[in-house]
Design a protein around this ligand. Structure first.
Ligand code: CP
Length: 318
């Protein structure tokens, strides 16, 4: 079976088989990052532009590492230093980059739908690195790979996403991906930050964190996105921590071995306490490590390479 899509815009549109294919393709690519010379000649000759209209530490760096480790030529456009600040549109920016002969654009944008909009207007392949409140597909994929690494499966697991569900593209990509892979997905957070319509996606709403701690195999803790909130949607950060924050006291009281994920960046002391963020339940830096392999797999498959050749491709040396 071949991955036949031109773009990666979200997990909503992918089939279970396509998600499985990306996760399986990422596995042999993990080892490349552990070598002294972290490079294979798989995407030699491809030119990839990372176009980030919002700040990023993990995703931008991870895409850049993935591109370089597959031997692609890659450049980062810092929007603050580009002609966007002079009023150039997204499409004009991308078309000018295309005029220099590029193959793929990795885009992060504050507007939901910006990657899809761009994909309809340029010839290059488009990868969504996070668009508004909509989707962050490679984050959803790396979260699933990290959970699968621990449990050996996704099917049947209870995964609860805790926090600011309304503003979260990570929540939406996790929900689409995990549901397709057979996990039971729940959400928990203040009523002001959990849209009631989310149940239409087959998701259970947990009003109380205590019920999450009693049932979940995995908790994916989301960042409180103060920059996206229009008004006071939570009474105070301290109260949020008391009611929904993942603390070692709450985990100890639950007395269960729950896997804790966080996509980052973290607000320590708000949605997660430092002793949990650095403690035995969490796999937060494993998520970051897996992110490079997932992005390598996405680039490899979008470049038209066969999933069956991933092991051989990953075993090459520069
Ligand atoms: N998880 C994530 O998207 O982090 P960055 O905003 O640092 O890319």
């Amino acid at each position: 079976m071949q991955f036949t899509r031109k773009h990666l815009l979200g997990l909503e549109e992918l089939t279970t088989e396509e998600i499985q294919m990306i996760l399986d393709t990422a596995v042999p690519f993990k080892e490349i990052s552990e070598r002294q010379i972290k490079k294979v000649p798989v995407l030699r000759g491809k030119t990839i532009v990372n176009l980030f209209f919002e700040p990023s530490t993990r995703t931008r760096t991870s895409f850049e590492f993935a591109e370089k480790r597959l031997s692609a030529d890659t450049i980062n456009i810092s929007v603050a230093q580009s002609s966007v600040v002079k009023g150039e549109t997204l499409v004009d920016t991308a078309r000018n980059l295309e005029a220099m002969r590029i193959d793929m654009v990795v885009i992060r944008h504050s507007a939901s739908g910006a990657p899809a909009f761009l994909s309809q207007r340029i010839d290059s392949q488009v990868i969504n690195a996070g668009d508004g409140w909509h989707e962050h597909p490679t984050q959803g994929l790396l979260d699933m790979l990290t959970i699968r690494d621990r449990f050996g499966k996704l099917e049947g697991l209870k995964v609860v996403i805790v926090g600011d569900i309304m503003h979260s593209r990570v929540a939406r990509s996790n929900i689409w991906g995990l549901k397709k892979m057979g996990a039971k997905v729940g959400v928990c957070g203040p009523p002001t930050l959990v849209p009631r319509q989310i149940t239409a996606l087959g998701v259970k709403i947990y009003p109380r964190i205590e019920d999450v701690l009693a049932e979940a195999d995995v908790i994916n803790v989301l960042r409180i996105q103060l920059e996206r909130m229009q008004s006071n949607m939570i009474p105070s950060l301290q109260e949020y921590n008391n009611l929904y924050g993942i603390t070692s006291r709450k985990l100890e009281k639950a007395g269960r071995d729950i896997l804790i994920l966080h996509p980052g960046p973290m607000n320590r002391g708000v949605e997660i306490d430092s002793d949990v963020a650095d403690g035995k339940h969490q796999v937060i830096l494993k998520q970051v490590t897996n992110g490079v392999a997932i992005r390598m797999a996405v680039l490899f498959l979008l470049a038209g390479e066969k999933p069956a050749s991933a092991v051989e491709a990953a075993s090459q040396h520069e």
